[in-house]
Design a protein around this ligand. Sequence first.
Ligand code: CA
Length: 223
Amino acid sequence: MRLLVVEDDPDLNRQLVTALSDAGYAVDSAADGEEGHFLGDSEPYDAIVLDLGLPKMDGISVLESWRRNDKMMPVLILTARDRWSDKVQGFDAGADDYVAKPFHMEEVLARIRALLRRSAGHATNELVCGPVTLDTRSSRVSVNGNPVRLTSHEYRLLAYLMHHNGRVVSRTELVEHLYDQDFDRDSNTIEVFVGRLRKKLGIDVIQTVRGLGYMLSPPTDAS
Ligand code: CA
């Protein structure tokens, strides 16, 4: 899952990027409204954290413009604590949720998890495919109840496939959603990660759909 943080306060921006990266997301960041608007318009983010008070272009205008351009990604806005009008304006502009400053980072993380799973159509934080369970709160993965240790890239890959369980995910889509914009993107590395992931899970849940990409499906008895 790949996220964008648009926040002009450098300390807060850094704290958000660090916390979200530590939680296993690929994270890009922007320090003003123009840059944030451009990135949100041109890159396929899974969710965006958007401050409202921004230089160059304010957060409400950024959000309205994304929505006018049919950008549907979930957006969590950061509002000033006492400004109820910020929240109303934000929701009317197309925000999905808000956190008032100052906030606890845990709350931002929880709200992002909720936005991501809801936009992918899941009701809980525990995603299941056959014997494989992935808990988005703890970033833990288990097979038949036995914990499996994954690297952050392997986890991101599995989490993306689990969120989009039931449909084919192309390699290009994986590259776009697993890496931040500064990462040296090479779709061949996806194959390498899939290979490692299959080995670590020890069962056949990641199917290769020839010419199209990958799809999760629980192992059948025949295999
Ligand atoms: Ca600000």
